[in-house]
Design a binder for this molecule. Sequence first.
Ligand code: Z5A
Length: 213
Amino acid sequence: MKPRGKFITLEGPEGSGKSTHARLLVAQLQAGGHSVITTREPGGTPVGETVRRLLQHDAGGEGMAAEAELFLFMASRAQLVRQVIAPALADGTCVVCDRFADSTTAYQGYARGCDVEKILALNDLATGGLTPDLTILLDVDVKAGFERLRHRNLRHGVEKDRIERETLCFHERVRAGYLELARRWPQRIRVVDAARDEDAVQADIWELAQHVI
Ligand code: Z5A
C-alpha cells in the first residue's frame, strides 16, 4: 500500500501571498519528484466553484446572513475533501490547498462573530476529521496586504469581491484570529513573516515543508 500523501494548507489575510506561494511550493515539490496537486477554497470542485461565485461575486450573495455564509463555506469544504483531497492523499499524492478550515474560524468566527468552538465542531464534520499535516500562516500587515491586492487588481482589471469590501477592522480581526489559532496549535500552524520579498518567504516555506514531506 502507498504511504498516505501529505496535506499542506496556506492561510493568511488578503494579499499575504497564498496563491503565489502555493504555486511556488507545488513547483518545488514537483522538482523534488513528489506527486502533488493544488486546490483552493472555496472551490476546487464544480459544487465548490458554484458556491464560490455566490459567496464572492454574485449579486445574489449581497445581504447574506452570517450563518448562511458559514454553511456555504462548509458545504464547499465537505465536497472538496471527499471528491479531491481525501482520494489524492489515499493515493500517496501530496495536496497543497490555498485556504482551508482555519479560514472559516478566522473569518466567520473571529471576524464575523460566529461562535468559534461551534465552528471548530462544524469544521470537524465538514472535513470528516481531516487535519493538515502543516499549515503555513502567511502573516502580513492588513494595509500592506490590501496595497498588494490593489496593484494586482489594477493590473488584472478586477473589482474587490464581497468579502474584500469588508472594513479594515474586520480584516484586522481576521489577522488577530489567525495568530490566536497559531498560538493554540503551534505544532501544526507555523507563522511566516510574509512582509518580506517572495524569495525570503518561499525559503522559509520550503524549509517547513521539508519537515513533513
Ligand atoms: N473565506 C472565508 O471567509 N471563509 C472561508 O472559510 C474561506 C474563505 C475558505 C476567498 O478569496 C475569500 O473567501 C477570502 C476569504 C474568504 N476573502 N477575502 N477577502 P480568494 O480566494 O479570491 O482570495 P484570497 O484567498 O483572499 O487571496 P488573495 O487575498 O486574493 O491573495 P493571496 O493569494 O494571499 O495573494 P497573491 O494573489 O498570491 O498575491 C497578491 C499580490 O501580491 C500579487 O500581485 C503577488 O505578486 C504579490 N505578492 C505576493 N507575495 C509577495 C511578496 N512577498 N512581496 C511582494 N508582493 C507579493
